[in-house]
Design a protein around this ligand. Sequence first.
Ligand code: 5FX
Length: 492
Amino acid sequence: MTEDSRKTFLGFDFSTQRLKAIVIGEDFSVLHEADVEFDVDLPEFRTAGGVVRGTDRGEVIAPPLLWVKALDMVMDRLVVAGVDFSTIEAVSGAGQQHGSVWWSKDAEAKLGKLSADEFLHTQLATAFVCDSPVWMDSSTTADCKALEEAIGAEELSKITGSRAYERFTGPQIRKIFHKRPRVYQATARISLVSSFACSLLAGKIAPIDLSDGSGMNLLDITSMKWDEKCLQACGDESLATKLGTPVPSATVVGPISSYFVGRYGFKPECKVVAFTGDNCSALAGLRLRSGWVGLSLGTSDTLLLGLPGPHAPAAGHVLVGPTPEAPYMALLCFANGSLTRQNHRDRLAGHSWEAFNELLRATVRGNMGYLGIYYDTAEIVPRAAAGRWMWDAAGRAAARAAPQFEARALLEGQALARRAHAEDMGFTLDKSSRVIATGGASVNKELLQIFSDVFNTPVYVQYSNGHRLYSGSARERSVVGSGDTRRRSVER
Ligand code: 5FX
């Protein structure tokens, strides 16, 4: 069958550091891929890791026009890759969670009459009232406190699935409402990064989906409606209108905007499906069974578990699930993921993963007792400021250790934290347990091996055609101790 007679589907991932696009066939085969790396491809926005550190302590923002410009750029790359857009039946995607986009009063009119002859970013240059606070922002501690005081911490967790967290959109909205009232008043609509991206494709402000909407401290995850008291605690009576009505994640929002029909040759009836949060879409793609844990290794590391119903966690988050098979999901987000690994790779091994992995191979499981905690950025789980701690086998604080011990201390420390907090969330390991890894760092076999050793569970990696075992669990191996304790890969 030629591509022309096939139905194809286009997906986007508006992640922290890059925008990725992928075209798949009806059999889920990947036909084309393209990406735009914000720091490298759009240097005029002066981002580092896709974000800009703001002037307030802990403030982390991104200019929405960066994402707008990246969209045309990635589309042009798909054109160069030979994509025939007329075969695309439907478009959808994911975005980094919690970040908010503040649309001006004339933005929706602009979205509705975009000319195919000009770039999106020139036409939407005045569509945003301010830069977007993103998930790495930790400047809203006072707002979290105020929200928990207004609702009650446990009650807030019961209603919204989370206690108040700095990066959650409700506290971020509260900060702008109180500190920048003119910005709040000038805003017609507030989108999440996901629904903002969907809006560009749909040519109108797209609804927030229920799964990503659960990362705001505003949604009642049982009734699936905005909670009046939470809205009141974060803004004024206009907030419900600014947010619009949330919809299930698989909702068709409308046909694709005429901009994409005219500029790239989409058929006018191509459907735009609501976008959701990156972790929500990862959970949907992983098809987790009970006892399995999803591990998304990206800028942040996130642990994902499917849940049958809502509950009120003391730490971590419960979200409405993205698919009927996963009605609810648990999420634990560790802010120090790939960026932290990369910083220490650079420090310990130059800029090469190969050299870093050599260091790991020079050490053994358990790292001769060396253990480390490396927070280059404020950590979310557990809540903690940036810092670095290391101990030797006797439990003494160690100011420094040889690079190979540091390399393993960093990764084993990360894996241990992921396991301990998953267990606190109610996750129990048994014979059927497995870890399904996804995200950029899931290509690193040494890292996967460490997760396998620490979770004592096989680790699989998600591919478009299914899960593939990457590393055997420690319990499948016989050798522990002084002999060859290094990896015995059972890759298939
Ligand atoms: C989840 O709660 C997070 O904050 C992060 O994983 C972001 O979604 C990263 F994009």
